[in-house]
Design a protein around this ligand. Sequence first.
Ligand SMILES: *Cc1c(COP(=O)(O)O)cnc(C)c1O
Length: 382
Amino acid sequence: MNKPFNPPALPFIDLQAQRHRLGAALEEAILKVTRSGAYILGPEVFELEAQLAQFCGAGEVVTCANGTDALAMVLMAKGVKPGDGIFCPSFTFAATAEVVAWLGATPVFVDVDAETFNLDTASLHQALRTATEKGLTPRGIISVDLFGQPADYEPIEAFAAAHGLWLLSDAAQSFGATYKGRRVGTIGTATTTSFFPAKPLGCYGDGGAIFTDDAALADILRSLRNHGAGSDRYDNIRIGMNGRLDTMQAAVLLQKLTIFEDEIVQRNLIAERYNLALNQVAIVPNLPPGVTSVWAQYTMRVAPDRREALAAHLKAAGIPTAIYYPIPLHRQKAYAHYPSAGNGLPATEAIAREVISLPMHPYLDLQAQNHITQAVVECLSN
Ligand SMILES: *Cc1c(COP(=O)(O)O)cnc(C)c1O
């Protein structure tokens, strides 16, 4: 047997290692909120908003209950309604398109680039024609920074500007990344993120935030998250929702922010090591020039007929894997009736059969990573 290293099953994402690192300060921060009684919109919420704004350079930050509400609130603020066509990728988590459907509007699915997994501008042009043919009013684009890597924003912004569309950047997976010197959070009309525990910056429950430089939009978002409140909470000037971030989660995030920059560095070192070890046996994720990632996932591509065997081989070696995403949205029961760009989404179809994600978190040590890469190479070189 050529298996000297035989550890217990590895975690896919190790949140406990992070918790041990943060130690007593984290627990005290939670206890402080418990004792304060300021459970809803307490001071930590506003402190977090200020720190997030400073972190990414956004003019305004509005925290909210989760990344899905964050998307929905921007669409509500933009008055999205039935008859509107909103362009978004099919190769994403369901929430991206779900919020469009919530408001009765029509998601128009756009293909992605097979190398970056992000919106393909050529397909965006086709999607605009498709939307117009279907009698929809094109209103906006929701781009996704899949797996932590920003989409190619320059052509997307140019397209949005040329056609009078707003651009909402779904950065649920990419907060902390950069695009050509711009931090995620400063791109588009508004940017949203998620603090779901498994995201690069996660809390201990659900959480989200919206970033924008548009102060008037931010005012509407603050009203929306609090039942459409006007000058006080019993003054309702619009239909809103309960979209607030809990004070407790803000306290957790303030602690996690203190180590976030370092965690991003670690994630990048780990991704580089994966790329070096695996580029001969798989199509590994290479970043285009000027783009940095926070590696929410490390996702590579393998031949479709090898993927299942690889997952089984790794599982036997105590290594968990995941498929993000096995069925793209335009093939899902709930979304199949919505239009797709042009004659279909060939890159999306292809990569959905090829992708596989390996364990990725800042606390993946060298020994564990070597165990993973050796097992991948062992399986794929045969
Ligand atoms: C996680 C995620 C969301 C939703 O975030 P929640 O906080 O879970 O509501 C939206 N879009 C993408 C791309 C995501 O990965």
